[in-house]
Design a protein around this ligand. Structure first.
Ligand code: HEM
Length: 422
């Protein structure tokens, strides 16, 4: 068996590491994971966690190297759903739809199946397609802000970030307005799929939500087969690579993935970004004065408080990372949020600095699973944040009690109340 050496750097202070105590499921960690990340990175950067024995990797160089390594595969969540499915089938229940659908989620797939599906889907997300959406995204942002302009306050999450991201991904896929809210509620249930601890009841709820999403999408796909439009569903139906086509079940799974991935992450990025700017008034002022800095600013926001905090990989061969040997078959949790605050890569990492350059964060991961929607997420966040702060220059945080979503993987606020009177 081959053994890959990923980093030869010393692995922190092993004496301190023995006393390292933290709980990823503690509400304090949920509210602010960054002090724990710093402690882990400096005391035990390749840490064996007491729950499940997974490895937790927090240094930028190590995270990046694992993402690029040929000795890892993706999380085997679809396999564990399949195992639970076998158990439930004995009791006359099943998770069939969830098991199949997640097996076609690109971020759980490996080559060659991943290569095939990504090639068929990828063209629908080209920078040209995304650029073409700019005027429509601007219109949606303006419409949403018009609705609250006469008020004195708003909730950034409910009034802007969430409806914008739902609307844009729906528009791209070709989902009509009247179905968007219902789809959003179903994908909200399904988003638990990313979390490491999921109960059987939650799996059943996700299976039901997936069945409902797909019942709706099946009718829409049939309509597009008869009457193709300029949307992603029609593109997926027509997509062809060397005589290879997507089956109807694959199209259903991909649309489910794209709707979920597209609305959740971007919405959270906009919320996290406005909060970060409110907490760094000098950066907010600079961006208001220099709106052309928005590309840099959004990149920095995505680094500073990443909407996806962790990814899982499984070692396919023995790996040596920072003096630790990870054996084939062991699980590696890559803390993107920790890597993005690594002082060895980002000077003053806990400062939001919209002038930061270079800014090679790993919020969109790397290598073959690099986020398919990165261009869309960037454009949407740029338009939403710039329009908001230009049109509402007196934004102020209207609560000191912020509630974060209960997830260690997805980082986003439940609400972000702001006032905007002079
Ligand atoms: C700021 C917002 C976003 C963040 C932080 C983000 C983050 C990520 C990350 C970290 C991955 C890698 C997963 C892995 O390697 O296991 C990923 C993959 C993916 N993302 Fe995003 N994402 C964002 C927005 C979007 C949007 C808007 C879409 C779709 C419209 C999208 C669709 C996808 C898809 C389909 C994949 C799987 C790619 C593959 O495995 O080949 N993402 N994203």
């Amino acid at each position: 068996m081959k053994q890959e050496v990923i980093s030869t750097k010393n692995s922190g202070n092993r004496e301190l590491a023995k006393t390292l105590k933290f709980n990823l499921f503690d509400p304090k960690f949920n509210a602010n994971p960054y002090p724990t990340y710093h402690q882990l990175r400096s005391e035990d950067p390749v840490h064996r966690y007491f729950v499940g024995g997974d490895w937790i990797v927090t240094r930028y160089a190590d995270v990046k190297a694992v993402l690029k390594s040929g000795c890892v595969r993706t999380d085997d969540r679809p396999k564990s759903i399949h195992e639970r499915n076998k158990y439930l089938q004995k009791k006359g229940k099943n998770l069939n739809t969830l098991a199949y659908t997640t097996s076609r989620f690109l971020f759980y797939m490996n080559p060659p199946d991943h290569t095939r599906l990504r090639a068929l889907v990828g063209k629908g997300f080209s920078p040209v397609v995304v650029e073409r959406m700019r005027p429509r995204i601007q219109e949606i942002v303006d419409e949403l802000l018009d609705k609250v302009r006469h008020q004195e306050s708003m909730d950034i999450v409910a009034d802007l970030a969430s409806p914008l991201s739902v609307n844009v991904i729906s528009r791209l896929l070709g989902i009509p307005k009247e179905a968007q809210q219902q789809l959003h509620q179903w994908t909200d249930v399904l988003s638990r799929i990313l979390d490491p601890l999921v109960s059987l009841e939650e799996y059943e709820a996700m299976n039901k939500a997936t069945e409902e999403i797909q019942e709706y999408l099946r009718t829409l796909i049939a309509e597009r087969e008869k009457d193709p439009q300029k949307d992603l569903i029609s593109h997926l139906i027509a997509a062809k690579e060397q005589n290879d086509r997507l089956s109807q079940n694959e199209i259903l799974a991909i649309c489910t993935l794209l709707f979920g991935a597209g609305e959740e992450t971007t919405g959270n990025t906009i919320g996290n970004g406005i909060l970060a700017l409110l907490q760094h008034p000098n950066q907010m002022e600079q961006l208001k004065r220099e709106p052309t800095m928005i590309q840099n600013a959004v990149e920095e926001i995505i680094r500073y408080d990443s909407a996806i905090q962790m990814l899982t990989r499984i070692a396919t061969d023995n790996l040596e990372i920072g003096n630790q040997t990870i054996k084939a078959g062991e699980k590696i949790v890559l803390c993107l949020g920790a890597a993005n605050r690594d002082p060895a890569q980002f000077p003053e990492p806990d400062e939001l600095n919209i002038n930061r350059e270079p800014n090679h964060h790993v919020a969109f991961a790397d290598s073959i699973h690099y986020c398919l929607g990165a261009a869309l997420a960037r454009v949407e966040s740029q338009i939403a944040i710039n329009t908001l702060i230009q049109q509402f220059p007196n934004l102020k945080l209207a609560s000191d009690q912020l509630e974060w979503r209960k997830s260690i993987v997805i980082r986003g606020l439940k609400t972000l109340p702001v006032s905007f009177i002079k």
